[in-house]
Design a protein around this ligand. Structure first.
Ligand SMILES: [Zn+2]
Length: 62
């Protein structure tokens, strides 16, 4: 399996058996996710969030 450069720090990492792929580590993964969720990218608002009220009823009743 070829090594791939980590998108964050460019360290060549093997994807095989790597739970953090394509990143080299949990730190880089978190860093990348944090960067794109707070900076350049914005996820569109989930249209089904308002519709999802019905399921929360079930888990709310204990
Ligand atoms: Zn990295």
């Amino acid at each position: 399996m070829p090594l791939r450069p980590c998108p964050v720090c460019r360290t060549p990492v093997s994807w095989e058996g790597n739970p953090f792929k394509p990143f080299c580590s949990d730190r880089c993964r978190t860093r990348d996710l944090g960067a794109w969720s707070s900076e350049s990218y914005r996820l569109p608002a989930k249209p089904d969030e308002e519709d999802g009220e019905s399921w929360s009823d079930a888990s709310d009743s204990e």
